[in-house]
Design a protein. Structure first.
Length: 145
């Protein structure tokens, strides 16, 4: 069982000058569920949140992201109390867009995304790092049984 604050601590880089980081905590049901075939392999989102990279250090003073530099990002997901049932798995998804739930990011620095022109939208490569020096991970408050 988990209870409390959930944080994703990512080490990530981008070839652009802005990026979105979406993190989802998901309960993955077993491949077969007795008495309910449709639920086999079902993925239930427990919590999810997005951080626009320009706000990684301050919501008051957005700043461009340095290209191709590995930087730390902390994404605070909504606090949860949830029990993963026996046989279920925990999945963490990291993605760079949540459109159409959240507006598209041009992935290039513009003073206001809402004033971005079509030419501002460019394909970029985002990378999440996971090593001894850059240990991207999820902080999950686990309660003892």
């Amino acid at each position: 069982m988990i209870a409390g604050n959930i944080e994703a601590r990512l080490f990530a880089s981008t070839t652009g000058s802005d990026a979105d980081w979406v993190v989802k905590l998901i309960d993955v049901y077993p491949d077969t569920v007795s008495g309910n075939r449709a639920m086999g392999g079902y993925q239930l989102m427990i919590s999810g949140e997005i951080l626009r990279g320009r706000y990684r250090t301050s919501f008051e003073r957005p700043a461009p992201i340095a290209r191709n530099l590995v930087l730390p990002y902390t994404i605070k997901l909504a606090p949860q109390t949830y029990r993963f049932q026996r046989g279920h798995r925990i999945m963490v998804q990291v993605q760079s867009t949540w459109f159409p739930l959240y507006d598209r990011n041009p992935q290039t620095w513009v003073p206001s995304i809402f004033a971005a022109q079509p030419s501002d939208y460019r394909t970029q490569t985002h990378r999440v790092w996971r090593s001894a020096r850059q240990p991207s991970h999820l902080v999950l408050p686990v309660l003892p049984e």
